[in-house]
Design a protein around this ligand. Structure first.
Ligand SMILES: [Zn+2]
Length: 332
């Protein structure tokens, strides 16, 4: 996800007076008041009835996975720590239907290896729901104490937890594909061509081979472990999927953690949006006061909570359950 510019305090104050947005791809400012009905900007789709026990994940186990991966240290693409993390992910997917989308990216730092990891869990319905999140960590901070507990760690871990939830169960719904995306982070600084290397490659590949047409929804998770959880309403996400996200959170009585502010987020969902796939980015970009923990060595496990992981995990699974039952899905 694109980042805040670090400014001296006096400039920061000036910036806040002028506009609370921090760069050109986060175009809208934080509103002064919460927007509890933010999901209802347009007529809501016909959601299926709220039925059955609410889904949940093992949030303690998810937190343990975050602790495991931060022990590797910084995990930028091309590093030995990244290779260790690839092995860690694959070791935890043994027996599943797993494939890699590997390639060499041209970056400002030269040619670097990129590997998206995809695990597939078949369903009974024709179509695919993708749940994705990046596992690489910030490149410019590669030689610091940075560990990316939230930014990289939380998504690596929650996808592994989703794999545990999906494994060995018959899915009465769409196939679910989990994607650990790679090279989400910029190498130098965030631009359209220096960011989301992995998903730009995967979206092109899946458009060329016909897979993209089968994807009913691309659900992205990013920075989802913050103990002070507030998921942004994102202008780059598909409106009806944002509505589905808010509806799922409401069913779990967790809606107060969603959409109290709006922004426009450049992230791994944009390449899929650009090829016509419905997308939603579940991201909290208000990480610490003024987002100070983001891309900072202070992005450590103690800033996260199992409660937040549970909220995101159960909301995501509830949204998948709703999508499974929506017939037909809204037009793209
Ligand atoms: Zn990041």
């Amino acid at each position: 996800m694109n980042r805040k510019i670090v400014l001296p305090a006096f400039l920061l104050c000036l910036t806040l007076v002028l506009c609370s947005c921090d760069d050109k791809s986060q175009e809208s400012a934080k509103p002064t008041a919460p927007r509890p009905s933010a999901a209802a900007d347009s007529a809501p789709p016909n959601f299926p009835p709220d039925s059955g026990p609410p889904p949940s994940i093992d949030a303690e186990r998810t937190m343990q996975s975050i602790k495991d991966v931060v022990k590797f240290g910084a995990r930028p693409i091309g590093s030995a720590n990244h290779a260790k993390l690839e092995k860690y992910i694959l070791d935890h997917l043994q027996g599943d239907d797993v494939e890699s989308d590997s390639f060499i990216a041209d970056t400002p730092a030269g040619k670097l290896p990129v590997r998206n990891i995809i695990a597939k869990y078949p369903g009974t319905k024709d179509g695919i729901i993708v749940i994705a999140g990046h596992y690489d960590t910030n490149y410019p901070l590669r030689d610091t104490a940075y560990v990316g507990a939230n930014d990289g760690g939380s998504t690596t871990a929650i996808l592994l937890e989703f794999a545990r939830q999906l494994r060995g169960k018959k899915r009465d719904g769409y196939s679910v594909w989990l994607v650990w995306t790679d090279a989400e982070e910029a190498i130098d600084h965030w631009t359209a061509t220096d960011s989301v290397y992995g998903t730009r490659h995967l979206a092109q590949k899946w458009q060329a081979d016909g897979t993209a047409k089968k994807i009913k929804a691309f659900i992205l998770e990013d920075m989802i472990g913050d103990a002070d959880l507030d998921v942004v309403k994102d202008g780059n996400s598909t409106p009806w999927l944002e509505q589905a996200l808010y509806e799922a959170a409401t069913r779990l009585a967790d809606q107060s953690h969603f959409f109290t502010y709006s922004n426009t987020i450049s992230d791994d969902h944009v390449p899929f949006r650009d090829i016509g796939v419905p997308v939603v980015d579940i991201i909290d970009i208000d990480y610490g006061y003024q987002n100070v923990f983001h891309h900072s060595p202070q992005d450590t496990v103690d800033k996260l909570s199992t409660n937040s992981l549970q909220i995101i995990g159960s909301t995501t699974l509830e949204m998948v359950r709703m999508l499974d039952q929506m017939e037909p899905l809204p037009p793209k």
